[in-house]
Design a protein. Structure first.
Length: 537
């Protein structure tokens, strides 16, 4: 134990030397010779060599010490060379270049014990804490934060005094504060002063750190820690609510994509299309096929496969939608029960067709690099795939608004929605408008399928997971009203996410359904009812 303390003290002093002295020592130390000496050294000699190598401050010794601590540093008994071996790869510990030891090589691992591993870890932390790279210094400070040790206080003080990056300095100060709070030698005044620094600099780990320190803290410090924990828990509750709002917006964007096509077909044509979910499913499988072709023939375009799949899925599902309207729906206008049964049977046929072609197992669509990963935005965890789906849903929504309000087809669709007979009398070809409306709604459902490949399994039953929610969104928002669909999707998404932690996913959906039924009793036309003479009758 005394030996380890002395070694650590020597290491700390060596790292605190002025720059000129370190350079002089660096020039005096033969680093390759020291690395070679690791092969035959005893445990005590290994500790001295580790201290000597760390005192040079040379970045080239970091891989050597890292490999030694991980157990990947080997001695070739035949040649006497010290190398790093990871799997089948053998490299030079200083240069990182591949080494060919020949067929006669006899590698034996350079063994270390737990005490030496701690020394190596401290040496590496000290070296990285003085690194020229701010990211490396931040990682080192976080390492000190996770494993506080009073012996590191002089090193932290020196690093804080020299630090120029605000976020790195904050992490160093938090590490110093945690070290003081957990130290037995620190005064009560220093411990009380350390608590606010932990609150401001330790981030999400602050509650865990303070809770762990509370049991062993002096009685004079416990009220300060308790007060800090209470404040952090209140802040966490606020951020938890904001996180639920984000999750609700994310779910609402998915519901918006799935329901927006249903909103215009239901509103214009009055058709209860139970096969709408299968249009979503066909859009997802179209994306899978597009990516499969790109992966096999144009691998360089794999990152753009989703962008390529968007127009393809829209055209494929839109064409299928026009075919369904011309082949089935147009013969059933005015008979809603028969329309419901016909589209429900069609949904079963489409599911079985896809199951026969692709099989019942889930298919995978590879996420592009720009949709992979996540980020922390002021305490909110935001995944890139959800973020881009929210943006995509907004783009689709506003493009559909533009089509309905600024194009001849949109004008005709709105005329048919408000008064079909009068629109027909004015010369509008209502059968053509019906076919184009159904095709447009189906095409948008296909776009929803493209987006859902990034957050859900691609299976023949994909559409069934969203059809009921889509109808609830349309009815709640107001049949045929896009802004109602927008508000309804976001409202239901946020409400679901706030109810799930307390009631569970299934019971939460049941409660939402009951609330919608009660709402429709008071407002049968939803949040935003369409206006028109035919509608008012």
């Amino acid at each position: 134990m005394l030996t380890q303390i002395l070694r650590l003290a020597l290491l700390t002093l060596s790292l605190l030397l002025p720059t000129q002295m370190v350079r002089a020592q660096d020039a005096a130390v033969d680093i390759p010779a020291q690395v070679t000496a690791l092969g035959e050294a005893s445990l005590r000699e290994l500790g001295a060599i580790v201290t000597t190598l760390a005192s040079t401050g040379d970045p080239s010794v970091v891989p050597v010490l890292t490999a030694l601590g991980e157990g990947n540093l080997y001695l070739d008994e035949t040649s006497g060379a010290v190398v790093i071996q990871r799997g089948s790869s053998i490299t030079d510990p200083l240069t990182g270049e591949a080494v060919d030891l020949g067929a006669d090589a006899d590698l034996s691992r350079i063994r270390v014990n737990n005490g030496l591993r701690r020394d190596i870890s401290a040496a590496l932390s000290g070296m990285t804490l003085m690194s020229d790279n701010p990211g490396t210094r931040l990682s080192a400070a976080q390492g000190f934060l996770a494993k506080p040790d009073a012996a590191n206080l002089p090193l932290l003080d020196e690093a804080i005094a020299a630090e120029t990056e605000a976020n790195v300095r904050s992490a160093m100060q938090a590490a110093r504060a945690v070290t003081i709070l957990t130290s037995e030698d620190a005064s009560v005044e220093d411990k009380n002063a350390a608590v606010p620094q932990i609150v401001s600099g330790a981030g999400r780990n602050a509650i865990t750190i303070l809770t762990g320190a509370l049991a062993n803290a002096p009685d004079e410090v416990k009220p300060t820690i308790q007060s800090a924990i209470s404040g952090l828990e209140q802040g966490r509750a606020v951020w938890g609510a904001l996180q639920n709002v984000w999750f609700g917006v994310s779910l609402g964007s998915v519901l918006l994509l799935a329901a927006i096509g249903l909103a215009i077909t239901f509103g214009v044509m009055g058709v209860i299309n139970m096969a709408h979910g299968e249009m979503v499913m066909l859009g997802a499988y179209t994306t899978f096929l597009v990516q499969l072709v790109i992966r096999q023939n144009f691998p360089g375009l794999l990152d753009y496969s989703l962008l390529i799949a968007l127009p393809v899925a829209f055209l494929v599902t839109g064409a299928i939608g026009v075919g369904i309207e011309r082949g089935i729906i147009r013969w059933l206008y005015g008979r809603p029960l028969e329309t419901l049964l016909a589209t429900w049977g069609l949904s079963l046929i489409l599911q079985q067709t896809v199951r026969s072609i692709f099989g019942p197992t889930n298919q995978m669509v590879i996420a592009p690099t720009w949709m992979s990963g996540s980020t922390d935005f002021f305490g909110l965890a935001i995944t890139y795939n959800r973020f881009w789906i929210v943006i995509f849903a907004l783009i689709v929504f506003f493009m559909l608004l533009l089509i309905l309000n600024r194009t001849p087809l949109g004008l005709q669709m709105r005329a048919v929605t408000q008064n079909r007979r009068m629109a027909s009398a004015m010369g509008i070809r209502t059968p053509f408008v019906d076919a184009m409306t159904f095709g447009l709604g189906s095409g948008i459902a296909g776009l929803a399928g493209v987006a859902l490949t990034q957050i859900d399994n691609i299976s023949p039953n994909l559409g069934q997971n969203y059809i009921i929610d889509s109808f609830m969104v349309v009815v709640f928002g107001g049949v045929g009203n896009l802004w109602g669909t927008f508000v309804g999707a976001l409202t239901l998404g946020v409400a679901n996410k706030f109810l799930e932690p307390y009631a569970g996913a299934v019971l939460g959906k049941i409660l939402i359904l009951v609330l919608i039924i009660l709402f429709i009793q008071r407002r049968p036309r939803g949040l935003f009812a369409l206006k028109g003479r035919a509608i008012e009758q």
